[in-house]
Design a protein around this ligand. Structure first.
Ligand code: NAD
Length: 499
């Protein structure tokens, strides 16, 4: 199917029925299983409220069985040669690429993200899989110098069963990118997609069910209860979450009983800083790109939703940002020409519009957007790209992660006070700095408490560069060899040789 050539523009769920998965159950041990009675969830198209499907929800018993299947598969998977595991993971990436159009359409239907962005997700996710497949022979140990007659070496070994809980904003991208490192390191995986976007992971299971040995990759849809069952399960060695800070805390607490390895990729309230010497037009373009309006309607952990601009270029930046944002057209997520889609659920819609209405009530200056989609978009969770200016540093929209298309702009004049404000939130995921002065740029990078910093850029990720948060934005690093190491443990062997 060539979506570009078809030029589809409608979001009718009937029209897209052929891309839906056939199996809506629980996939573990290489087979499909039915849920317990009554344990299904309606999946809604957030662009119009149509019911797309009813998917199975895992209960504790199914979680037990899936974890048992993953544990049974672990010894043989861990014993494979690294290159053989690479072959399997490359095989998944190949099948995903081949079915890329359908998978992207499925994510557009299920998540409300625009098709163009979801096609990009397929490319990114497959590339990440291929990257980790290429690193399989780099999971190296070391040797320690010892006196004669003694050999001491360190091995990196897999952990066992890794549970991967992921967020709704990049459904298929997370489903593929986040299983690659644990699998390559020799672990088996139980993946739990978000209950808001469960469909593309089911299609993934269908695509690879005959490819991998049974039990190596298990995919369970489920709500918070299924996540909790995995986080407390004694058969799970490591739990890795892409989600909110509240979930990260809950998973750490739940995992403490069995002392699980915990990896957390959590939220952000990321700062973008404009210095006086920066070109206001470039800063404005960086602000808009950094919000990922066109990819996820601003529902990105790395979105630079807190912009701090020096007073000398402040009004020019505001004018240019509102000009650029005013040109972004909302549209049906399934249409290839759509520039920005809708929010993924009613809960997201209520949360985001709650922040917008609250800021309006408080008299914060609205410079763009602030409303919902009009015409045929009224049936869905469409929210205009929204910009507030002159935001007080202590206002909620300057301090809390909204996870939607809302940009807050603040003015600064004193650099010491700037860094105090930038570092005053509990988050520390990304930051973006705009200046033409090298010393200013590096001084800023050194002072910002965040794990991923762009100088004169925003939004982009660089495969191989460790991504992750300072402070409460997370634990561990991903998209790099560090992610592979997160799913290994060290074993030291000391050998006394015979003379
Ligand atoms: P969420 O925390 O509600 O859910 C994430 C996953 O955890 C889902 O699969 C969910 O079912 C599960 N879950 C929820 N509560 C749980 C609990 N108590 N125990 C076990 N599992 C539980 O997050 P979301 O709403 O899907 O996604 C939005 C959040 O994710 C935002 O805060 C965003 O910043 C963050 N995020 C972070 C990154 C990153 O790489 N740092 C990427 C994307 C999203």
């Amino acid at each position: 199917m060539n979506l570009m050539a078809q030029g589809k523009t409608r979001a009718s769920s009937e029209e897209w029925r052929h891309v839906l998965p056939t199996n809506l159950g629980l996939f573990y041990g290489g087979e499909w299983h039915s849920p317990a009675a009554g344990r299904t969830l309606p999946v809604l198209n957030p662009a119009n409220g149509d019911v797309l499907a009813h998917v199975a929800l895992a209960d504790r018993e199914h979680v037990d069985r899936a974890v048992a299947a993953a544990n049974s598969a672990f010894p043989a998977w861990a014993a494979l040669s690294p290159l053989k595991r690479s072959e399997y993971v490359r095989g998944i990436a190949k099948r995903v690429r081949e079915a890329g159009d359908e998978l992207a359409m499925l994510d557009a239907l299920d998540s409300g993200n625009p098709l163009k962005g979801m096609l990009l997700d397929i490319q990114m996710g497959s590339t990440i899989m291929e990257y980790f497949a290429g690193l399989s022979t780099e999971i190296k140990g070391s040797t320690i110098p010892m006196p004669g007659g003694v050999l001491n070496y360190v091995l990196r070994e897999p952990l066992g069963v890794v549970a991967r809980l992921v967020a709704f904003n990049h459904p298929l991208l997370f489903a593929i990118a986040k299983i690659a490192a644990p699998l390559i390191a020799g672990n088996t995986v139980v993946l739990k997609p978000s209950e808001h976007t469960p469909l593309s992971a089911l299609r993934l299971a269908e695509l690879v069910q005959d490819l991998l040995p049974p039990g190596v990759l298990n995919i369970l849809n489920g709500d918070r209860a299924a996540g909790e069952a995995l986080a407390t399960h004694p058969g799970v060695a490591s739990i890795a979450v892409v989600g909110s800070i509240a979930t990260g805390r809950a998973v750490m607490r739940a995992g403490a009983e069995t002392l699980k390895r915990v990896t957390l990729e959590l939220g952000g309230k990321n700062a973008l800083i404009g210095y006086p010497d920066a070109d206001p037009a470039k800063v404005a373009a960086g602000c808009v790109k950094g919000m990922n309006f066109d990819w996820t309607a601003g529902q990105s952990c790395g979105s630079t939703s807190r912009v701090l601009v020096h007073e000398s270029i402040y009004s020019e930046v505001i004018e240019a940002v509102s000009d650029l944002v005013g040109k972004i057209r909302l549209g049906q997520p399934t249409a290839i020409e759509t520039e920005m889609g809708c929010l993924s659920s009613q809960a997201q819609f209520e949360k985001v519009t709650g922040y917008i209405e609250g800021a309006k009530r408080d008299g914060v200056q609205l410079v763009a957007g602030g409303g919902r989609g009009r015409g045929d978009l009224e049936r869905g969770y469409f929210v205009e790209p929204t910009v507030f200016a002159d935001v007080a540093p202590d206002h909620r929209i300057a301090r809390e992660e909204i996870f939607g298309p809302v940009l807050s702009i603040l003015k600064w004049s004193d650099e010491a006070a700037l860094f105090e404000a930038v570092n005053s939130v509990p988050y520390g995921l990304t930051a973006s700095v705009w200046t033409n002065d090298l010393s200013t740029a590096h001084r800023a990078a050194a002072r910002i408490q965040a794990g991923y910093i762009w100088i004169n850029g925003s939004s982009s990720h660089f495969l191989g560069a460790p991504f992750g948060g300072y402070k409460q934005s997370g634990l561990g690093r991903e998209e790099s060899i560090e992610e592979l190491h997160e799913f290994t443990q060290l074993k030291n062997v000391n050998v006394t040789l015979s003379p």
